[in-house]
Design a protein around this ligand. Structure first.
Ligand SMILES: Nc1nc2c(ncn2[C@@H]2O[C@H](COP(=O)(O)OP(=O)(O)O)[C@@H](O)[C@H]2O)c(=O)[nH]1
Ligand SMILES: [Mg+2]
Length: 197
């Protein structure tokens, strides 16, 4: 008799992009939830990047991600998410199209002290038609704003989910991943209905 291995459950894998300005918590988020050691390319910020990266705004930060963060999380036993953190600095924007290829959705992390850093990622995903949610990372000692006020300041459309998170907290980070996955599925279902109708 032939040996028939029990077939593994069918599993789907998908890709989520984590974006946002410099020092907003992308590397932290990917590291917090990843089951594999996140692949990171951090480099010591040298004199070369002074004035290019806004390190003065993030005094405790001595390293900067020059390529990307990559991690994996099994959300459900048959759904594996691959996470890609975008490089924050403008000089790496040429990589975004490759990085976002095939992504079902994105999380745009926002630091309320530096709201303006969120505009480019928001514009990018809107323009590309990639579903995204906005996650406000609450840093210590910063003023807490109503999500509605942040939505207005960033001109985020009403249908885009907005949440708060602590990128250092696994459960909080996981909730954000669940939210973007659900939202992306809702958007796909809507698109399918429109096409069918
Ligand atoms: N209080 C607080 N600090 C955070 C949070 N997320 C990240 N940080 C800190 O902010 C700094 C920058 O985070 P990092 O993940 O490197 O930012 P990136 O440039 O977006 O990858 C680090 O020192 C983190 O420990 C958060 O949710 N709350
Ligand atoms: Mg980083």
């Amino acid at each position: 008799m032939d040996f028939v291995p029990s077939s593994p459950r069918p599993s789907a894998s998908t890709k989520i992009v984590v974006a946002g300005g410099f020092g907003v918590g992308k590397t932290t988020l990917v590291g917090t939830v990843s089951e594999i050691s996140p692949l990171r390319t951090e480099a010591l910020v040298t004199n070369e990047s002074q004035g290019v990266d806004d390190l003065a705004q993030v005094p405790n930060k001595r390293t900067t991600t020059v390529a990307m963060d990559f991690g994996r999380i099994t959300l459900d036993e048959d759904l594996v998410l691959y996470l890609f953190g975008t490089p924050g600095q403008k000089r790496f924007w040429f990589m975004w199209d490759d990085l976002c290829q095939g992504a079902i959705g994105a999380i745009v992390l926002v630091d309320t002290e530096r709201l303006d850093e969120a505009f480019s990622p928001l514009d990018y995903f809107e323009e590309k038609g990639i579903p995204f949610i906005v996650a406000v990372n609450q840093f210590q000692g910063t003023r807490q704003y109503e999500l509605a006020a942040i939505r207005e300041a960033l001109a985020v459309p009403q249908h885009v989910p907005m949440i708060r998170l602590d990128a250092r907290d696994r459960e909080s980070a996981k909730q954000a991943l669940i939210r973007i996955t659900e939202y992306s599925l809702e958007r796909m279902a809507q698109a399918a209905t429109v096409h069918a109708g």
